[in-house]
Design a protein around this ligand. Sequence first.
Ligand code: APR
Length: 248
Amino acid sequence: MFLEVQLAKAAEAIRKSSYTVAFTGAGVSVESGIPPFRGVDGIWSRYDPRLLEINHFYEKPVESWSLIRDIFYSYFKQARFNRAHEVLARMEAEGLLGCVITQNIDNLHQEAGSRCVYEFHGNSKRLICTRCGESMDSADVDFENIPPYCSHCHGLLKPDFIFFGEGIPPAAFQGSVDAANRARTLIIIGSTGEVMPASQMPYIAKQSGAVIIEVNIEPSRFTSGITDIFLEGKATYVMDLLAGELFP
Ligand code: APR
């Protein structure tokens, strides 16, 4: 079976690698119940991404927060990490993975036990006051009354994730670039590769000589260009098989 051959090659590349990095997209969380942004039933097929422009957020905070609550806080509240997140956390614990660079804002890598996680697009679990900068846990915020305001200065609260038109958090960006440069093997899981600058990270790793492993249910923008080992299938299924190779 072709997948078995590919899995054995992937496991060998990971075992031989002095530093391995995972680069994850929305596809790694689909089996946790969080829809992807693109593709069948994707979030952007139901909502207009322009409503998540940063200027729109400040101009129409009620409308924007209504959408944010529907899209992110309704799905994320009951989402739990899945087998793919678990395997990455175990790989890190056993010294087979250096860090995760994630485009996701769902916090599921951390909840699965991953410790080195670069949040390229921020994290929905935290809200930030746009006036005093106070950070608070989304679990402590009442989303019945939107927009939510800061309990300290009554400033408008904003999710601590990146809106269209905002820059990438500098520490996450630099940490991701450094990790991609250092990677000898990089595993892409569940990303179309359509969004810059996040999608540059696998290319940086490739240019530095890394072996690129990709897990996806279908080819992405990465596949024909830089992927060396394509593991076709759902993230939980493939990562569970990979764990069987790495931890017999
Ligand atoms: N297992 C593995 N891959 C999957 C699965 C699954 N069960 N389900 C879907 N996929 C793949 C799809 O084939 C697709 O390649 O996951 C990818 C999802 O693509 P996107 O929704 O575009 O996700 P992503 O690449 O992470 O998007 C990047 O776009 O809107 C922005 O900020 C948002 O971080 C997001 C960024």
